[in-house]
Design a protein around this ligand. Structure first.
Ligand code: SF4
Ligand code: F3S
Ligand code: FES
Length: 246
């Protein structure tokens, strides 16, 4: 099979350089078997443009650092084969996050702010009974928690969400998934009312317009639609309504 000549149209801009203007730069590469966008971008940086910025750590779909907009759709560059794409490839940084430079965005800062706001960590029950702390968990429940814990905080769901693009304080599907995860966990001391209080306004569940871009683009195929619906239903059952805007 003849190899294709690929054209990469890559967004370039360094917001810290006063002389930098946002632009799209074209690079040509010959496609090689098994080429991923990680391989292609590394080759561009090594052979054509040493100044190109992009992030990769694990190259295995685990760290979440390589998310970018690939031909209009958020995805993981390390898990995307060029063979799955047309010969004309457009790469842009994820919207909704602070731009570091070119394809590199600061998802870590966003995720930290969201996690602190939602207190997205286990709040263990206070007990002196070590057996209660070490209690066995039903396998189905452990599996359900594990399923939601597979989030790699890549930011694709935020980039794919219209609400997140309009509201900088929106916690996104990633945030609502975290609430759903800790709400499931019997080791967490927080009540439903406390969980709902964390997401019961326009920056949480009431800001979500069920656009479902998050669900469509999540590279880990997390059941985001279901989790958002469960939270809504749980809140409705308890007669929860949106807090008045402050
Ligand atoms: Fe990425 Fe999915 Fe987690 Fe969103 S929910 S940050 S898309 S892994
Ligand atoms: Fe956004 Fe997903 Fe809700 S795309 S509006 S968080 S359903
Ligand atoms: Fe880690 Fe792509 S480099 S997910």
């Amino acid at each position: 099979m003849n190899s294709r000549s690929l054209t990469f149209n890559v967004f370039r801009h360094n917001p810290r350089d006063a002389a930098s203007q946002p632009r799209v730069v074209q690079y040509q590469l010959e496609e090689t078997p098994g080429m991923t966008l990680f391989i292609a971008l590394t080759r561009i940086r090594e052979t054509l443009d040493p100044g190109l910025n992009f992030d990769f750590v694990c190259r295995a779909g685990i760290c979440g650092s390589c998310a970018m907009v690939i031909n209009g759709r958020p995805g993981l560059a390390c898990r995307t084969l060029t063979a799955e794409l047309p010969a004309d490839i457009r790469l842009f940084p994820l919207p909704g996050f602070e731009l570091i430079a070119d394809l590199s965005v600061n998802t870590g800062k966003w995720m930290r702010g969201m996690s602190e706001r939602l207190q997205a960590w286990l709040h263990p029950r206070e007990t002196a009974d070590i057996d209660a702390l070490e209690a066995r968990m039903e396998p189905d429940l452990a599996e359900a928690i594990y399923e939601l814990d597979r989030c790699i905080e890549c930011g694709c769901c935020v980039a794919g969400c219209g609400t997140a693009q309009m509201r900088p304080d929106f916690v996104g599907a990633v945030g609502m998934n975290k609430i759903a995860r800790f709400r499931l966990d019997p080791r967490d001391a927080r009540s439903d009312a406390e969980f709902f209080d964390l997401v019961g306004d326009d920056s949480g569940i009431f800001g979500c317009m069920s656009l479902l871009g998050c669900h469509d683009v999540c590279p880990k195929a997390l059941p985001l639609q279901t989790q958002i619906a469960y939270l809504r239903r749980g809140m409705a059952r308890q007669g929860w309504s949106a807090k008045p805007a402050s």
